[in-house]
Design a protein around this ligand. Sequence first.
Ligand SMILES: [Ca+2]
Ligand SMILES: [Ca+2]
Ligand SMILES: [Ca+2]
Length: 253
Amino acid sequence: MKKEANMRTWIFCAFVLALILPAIPVLAENSITIDSVATFTNQTGKVPVNFTNDIELAGVELTVWWNSPEIQIDSFSFIDGRVDYTTLKGTYVMGDTVTVYALPFSGEPLIGIGTGLFGHLHFSYPLEINPQVVTIDSVTVIVPPDVDYGTRFMEPSKGYFTPDFNKGYLDIQQAFGCCSGIRGNVDNQGDDEPNIADLTYLVSFLFQGGPPPDCPEEADMNADGDPEANVADLTYLIAFLFLGGPDPLPCNP
Ligand SMILES: [Ca+2]
Ligand SMILES: [Ca+2]
Ligand SMILES: [Ca+2]
């Protein structure tokens, strides 16, 4: 009898816990996290930077460093949403570091509590670069909660703080000719995932006198090595896009 009562108590406790646990908010860590991404020697590198803050902030200044003299930063593109469009934003490059900052025009706090993509670091390098893994690490991160324009990056008494920084990597892999990643980027536009635009380009080339694909290997969907795309490649692409056919093959044999 007592055993049964104990069991009932346990079940009740488990039930209550199951109800209240999801309601307890999990405090996000204040952090800047650089994603690790793979790219190819014939492409540029686009590395996402994520930002999490659990208080409202006036601005953010982030300096990152990378350990390869062969690659350079082209720009940093801020993602609106985490950083309001009225923000004064900028980027400056010094050798192998880049500093990006975002601060408001007015005295209002502008970076609300939240988490998500902050922007993208854009890297470029010469075509003949050796495949390598580049570390992207932090030199400084300053996130001042104070809103006094012009002084907040200089005065420690203004109470800025440093979030956790999680470094990332840019894995530059050897490209196969002009082809990179998987096959199927027939129109040489967009990302590495074949889509309707690639199909349209291939149909136009095969049947409507459209221009040939810039990169024959990208259009060689069935990887038979024929330098000119044909109906077999079109069939492969249609099967992948609409009929649950096999994934595009990798460029590298
Ligand atoms: Ca590709
Ligand atoms: Ca494409
Ligand atoms: Ca083919």
